[in-house]
Design a protein around this ligand. Sequence first.
Ligand code: NAD
Length: 511
Amino acid sequence: MEINKILSSLGIEPGLHHGISTGLQWKAGSSGHEFSINSPIDASPIGKVIGASEGDFQNILDTAGKAFPVWAAIPAPQRGEIIRQYGDVLRKYKSELGSLVSIEMGKIYQEGLGEVQEMIDICDFAVGLSRQLYGLSMHSERKEHRMMEQWHPLGIVGIISAFNFPVAVWAWNAALAAICGNVCIWKPSEKTPFTAIACQKLLQDVLKANNLPEGIFSLVIGDASVGQAMAASPKVALVSATGSTRMGKAVAVTVAARLGKSLLELGGNNAVIIAEDANLDMAIRSTVFGAVGTCGQRCTSTRRLIVHTSRYDEVKNRMVEAYKKLPIGNPLDTSKLVGPLVDKQAEHAFFNAISEVKKEGGNLIVGGEKVETGLNGCYVTPAIIEAQNHYHMVQEETFAPILYLLKYEGDIENAILMQNDVRQGLSSSAFTNRLQEAEKYLSWKGSDCGIANINIGTSGAEIGGAFGGEKETGGGRESGSDSWRSYMRRQTNTINYGDSLPLAQGIKFDI
Ligand code: NAD
């Protein structure tokens, strides 16, 4: 693997790297803590980064605070032009950045490329949006009065991201936040700092070419203490945090204590329902992709498969056959479809969940083993386990390729009840060819998730829709539709262009 060649094509020198950037300058962190990063593919060293301390974070905040009025004063379509240029840079470096995503996170190269494509797509979306930050106008109840809404930037937006989508999630947030007039500070996962450094390096050239000041896009690589400092600071107007529900609860409480704004994108426990008359060819293919893609480490990974009794045996047999044929190994080898888990901790969680669910009565029907690939990485065979929805482990999100096979009888409503009977509410889908079942599934009595699909799996969302989930998934919405509103503050304006002063609701108050 030519890690150094890929790093240098992205402007990154091998070895020890600074982990703080204000957009133009790089600085060493002062925490004294070094993050040594090895590829999950074969443990090859990628490099080291000295982490930032909470004090470093405060300095970054000051620089961002100074940049905000400069950036916000630039008209939104011109801010969009900066994002357009960044999108072009990403197009140019798509394969290099996609490879680095694969090397640092372990997802297969195709999915690494897909992640960079998502960045490009959101840049395009943000460029168009920069001319469409519309507010409403209303008819006033008072004579010669006009009412309208305006949307203003918030200020500093803090972005905390997870290891499994090391670049796309930042781009979803940063591209929208930026065209809305905000400055951004990014704290990536400490497991994937080099992809973050690469994104920042590519952005740096655009900022320089446009003579923009420091502090519009900052990067601060550090551990959870830096994330907590971000959550605690009243200078950070919005904290957009993506990661586990455990992390989201900590961030939410800290931000709420200062009555700040948070946007939370947390864990999922996503289900696919296969109804009586489903097209099994489509259902099986998309469920396998949903369950084993990114080695089960997507927030939208399919974790439960709820099958009508009449199709259960057929689905079970076909899923087992498909799992037996999965090519597992080096994610840079294009013939492989399943790469490694990110680290030993994830591998432990995988085996632990299997052994715990077996104790509860679960029946492992395929997979669940270590794979010897000759590479020094955590390669496992994705597992399918026959289980019951109420089992403790089935109720939890294990961030690994485990699919629980569940059975339902009778009407699709029974499957929906089962699907919704978990604490998380991110993604969901039903395979059915019956209009009534599909509509029931999408109605208010249907799926309680932020994403509900028909005849499409749970993972692989497009950027055009609002992305996020309910319940313990956190309630945030990012990416498409009108998610941009989360990055702005709404102001209602009433203008009196007459010579009298009528009060609302006809109140008389003459002095
Ligand atoms: P994680 O919660 O361990 O870490 C995520 C980020 O939060 C990291 O940057 C980490 O340093 C930071 N962090 C951890 N504890 C913190 C704290 N107390 N205060 C502030 N920051 C803190 O998650 P992970 O293992 O990197 O990612 C996997 C999880 O992320 C899964 O649960 C997955 O479902 C979820 N996820 C959700 C989405 C979504 O859009 N809903 C997308 C990707 C990942």
